[in-house]
Ligand binder design. Structure first.
Ligand code: GDP
Ligand code: MG
Length: 168
């Protein structure tokens, strides 16, 4: 029996790995050129938190982020948020504050995590560990470094958010 379900929105610039993260977490797969399946708005996965079954529904943006055209429907009812940037994309890091602001406009305060993805490409990093940690502190968000490619820390992101929501 599902005790409760949470809707999680995953935002960040195009190319940071949002769709890949959803595929990885819900289907256990990683492809180099994942193209969104037309008609699929979200995927879900069921996990257990404190002995209760929780359904985690992950919403994908289908590339609209590039046109700044994410609709209110995307954010509606979101209970948790993942702010994502890429280790190898400076602009995606600098856009995190703006993404947080957009989510807050639609959802007030919800449990939020900052994800630094593509940590497998740390050799090509264009952000320092220090500045990432400082931003996370300033925005008062947990920071989690992931590699969707190598399946590092992806499950922790959603376990953390589900646990936070469960405690509310
Ligand atoms: P989105 O635009 O944010 O949805 O990003 P995508 O999921 O489409 O990913 C963009 C590109 O980054 C794709 O080629 C992915 O295979 C690649 N990618 C995603 N996550 C990782 C990662 O952790 N490491 C590496 N090296 N590549 C990744
Ligand atoms: Mg995508």
């Amino acid at each position: 029996d599902i005790e409760f379900a949470i809707k999680v929105v995953i935002v960040g610039n195009g190319g940071v790995g949002k769709s890949s993260m959803i595929q990885r977490y819900c289907k256990g797969i990683f492809t180099k050129d994942y193209k969104k399946t037309i008609g699929v708005d979200f995927l879900e996965r069921q996990i257990e938190i404190d002995g209760e079954d929780v359904r985690i529904m992950l919403w994908d943006t289908a590339g609209q982020e590039e046109f700044d055209a994410i609709t209110k429907a995307y954010y509606r009812g979101a209970q948790a948020c993942v702010l994502t940037f890429s280790t190898t994309d400076r602009a995606s890091f600098e856009a995190i504050r703006e993404w947080k602001r957009k989510v807050e406009n639609e959802c007030q305060e919800i449990p939020t995590v900052i994800v630094q993805n593509k940590i497998d490409l740390i050799d090509q990093a264009v952000v320092t560990a220090d500045e990432v940690e400082t931003l996370a502190q300033q925005l008062n968000c947990r920071l989690i470094r992931t590699s969707v490619k190598e399946d590092v820390n992806v499950a922790s992101v959603f376990r953390y958010l589900a646990t936070k929501c469960h405690q509310l």
